[in-house]
Design a protein around this ligand. Sequence first.
Ligand SMILES: CC1(C)O[C@H]2[C@@H](O1)[C@@]1(COC(C)(C)O1)O[C@@H]2CNc1nc2cc3nc(N)[nH]c(=O)c3cc2[nH]1
Ligand SMILES: [Zn+2]
Length: 377
Amino acid sequence: MGFIEMTINFSVESRSSDSPARTGTLELENGMFETPIFMPVGTRATVKSLSPEELKKCGTGILLANTYHLYLRPGADVVAEAGGLHEFMNWSRPILTDSGGFQVFSLSDMNEVTEDGVQFQSHLDGSKHFITPEKSVEIQKKLGADIIMAFDECVSYPADREYVEKSLNRTLRWAERSLKAAEDLQDHQHIFGIVQGGTYPDLRKKSARRTRKLDFPGYAIGGLSVGEENKLMYQMLDVTVPELPSKKPRYLMGVGTPRDLIEGVKRGVDMFDCVLPTRLARHGSLYTSRGRINITNAAFKKDFNPPDKDCSCYVCRNYSSAYLRHLIKRNELYGLRLASYHNLYFFLDLMRKLRYNIRRDTLDDFVESFYSGWAEE
Ligand SMILES: CC1(C)O[C@H]2[C@@H](O1)[C@@]1(COC(C)(C)O1)O[C@@H]2CNc1nc2cc3nc(N)[nH]c(=O)c3cc2[nH]1
Ligand SMILES: [Zn+2]
């Protein structure tokens, strides 16, 4: 097949009259999806325990995979020889890969950060590696994602201002190098820049303005959901989103809970990803219209109602809380699968409801009714 010069076609469709919230469509080489959207996390080329058919059935439009993990195992060359991630994992819809910046800093035994790149030891076998913006883009190109991310440093929280400023300046230089590397691989139409700046409003604005100058097809807001208070995260969105071009997609990395998704959408964010729905499911923690419950609680021992009476997912239509409790307590694989499916459906259904209410300009009413039945986290 000839190389199709596919750009990231994003169009804003409707706007809420009393907030920056908007709906849109994002068209990529492997399909299109509506925004705001939640991306299930498939770190090692699988959304744990769920099949591609199940992911599609619960409404997954695009999923996320991680460069850091796939680079270490099975290796980018193995995935490339398999025909890329879509072939490898039998997923025909869009995929976004994170650049490894966050994972190197959060998971590996960090050795050294230099202007050129990051030296680290694998958290799997202690082997030494050196990753640069160019290397990260090359790996993501081999993985064959529809959207790739610039290589950045996600500063942990809290961090002093001097370090945050030094780091964001280096991330800006890395962003230029990532963009240049993508251009050399004809992938510049598929790469998002990442805004940093910690929890310092003026540094957030500086990072956003300087990243925007590089004219990426899309922009991620990084350096958040790293343990800071939600209120602080929302304040950083308030100062960052207005600095980003309104006609390009905005992706808030690693976020979040249902409340975070709602507050992010209200502030004009279009894309989200988080491990919470699938990770918490494996511990029996289920999201429902009344808040988060733990299905292993004794109260569900003889509860033959579905986990969420307001949920129309396959799990809630066919199984009881008592059955799920039994499976999860016995660590039965099927229980992990059912809980993961329901949580993912809950997150994706919440995004559907948000899109529907933005289009009808009834977002405020929907949010109010959602929170009224929602037990505090
Ligand atoms: C490490 C792991 C699995 O990823 C989750 C979860 O733990 C955890 C750990 O503690 C909480 C906060 C509860 O969430 O943080 C992750 C979700 N927050 C997040 N993901 C991010 C990914 C990012 N990628 C790049 N390239 N740059 C970023 O700035 C960036 C920022 C991010 N923030
Ligand atoms: Zn359900």
